[in-house]
Design a protein around this ligand. Structure first.
Ligand code: HEC
Length: 153
């Protein structure tokens, strides 16, 4: 029994893991479209809630001030519109270098929802923001960390 039970348990775990990561796959192979419902959440975002979330969860690693710089994570001023893994002076993972997309509403949404599924092997030690409205608030806040914020979607 024991010899059979162990591989079966392993198989069950593998199936569960595959389901948890079901989806269109990593950003390096996929250019996500912007979900219209998510675009509406960004237009109606609560910027104060986004700022508070950023302070609580992101600022331990990221500086968002214009005159700031790289920290544990790359400087996020002007991150929207920038190609992933291209901020000067920051040592990115090989995984992040393979993304090669610009950071847009759509790619930030996809990345910040489940960072490991979007960029397997990424260095950022943060799982993601599951709640759509919270993620939209944070991305709307990030939009303003810019010399020229992009148009709202
Ligand atoms: C524990 C530290 C840590 C936390 C917390 C964290 N990050 Fe990061 N972040 C990183 C690191 C390190 C990288 C570079 C990842 C790589 O090279 O794989 C990164 C990369 C990024 C990038 C890509 C930047 C670029 O130049 O390509 C974005 C966008 C980002 N983080 C946003 C966020 C947001 C928003 C939060 C909060 C919700 C957050 N991060 C929380 C460490 C962190």
């Amino acid at each position: 029994m024991r010899t059979l039970a162990t591989p079966l348990a392993g198989l069950a775990l593998a199936v569960l893991a595959a389901c948890a990561h079901a989806g269109p796959g990593p950003l390096k192979d996929f250019d996500p479209p912007l979900d219209p419902a998510f675009a509406a959440l960004i237009r109606n975002a609560d910027l104060e809630a986004g700022s508070a979330y950023f302070e609580r969860k992101c600022s331990q690693c990221h500086d968002g001030q214009k005159d700031g710089g790289n920290f544990k994570g790359p400087h996020l001023w002007n991150v929207m519109g920038r190609v992933a893994a291209t901020h000067e002076g920051f040592r990115y993972s090989e995984a992040m270098k393979q993304v090669k997309h610009r950071w847009t509403y759509a790619t930030l949404d996809y990345y910040l929802k489940d960072t490991e599924a979007a960029v397997p092997g990424r260095d950022m030690n943060f799982v993601g923001i599951e709640d759509d409205a919270t993620r939209a608030n944070v991305i709307a806040y990030i939009r303003n960390l810019s010399d020229t914020p992009p148009a709202l979607p």
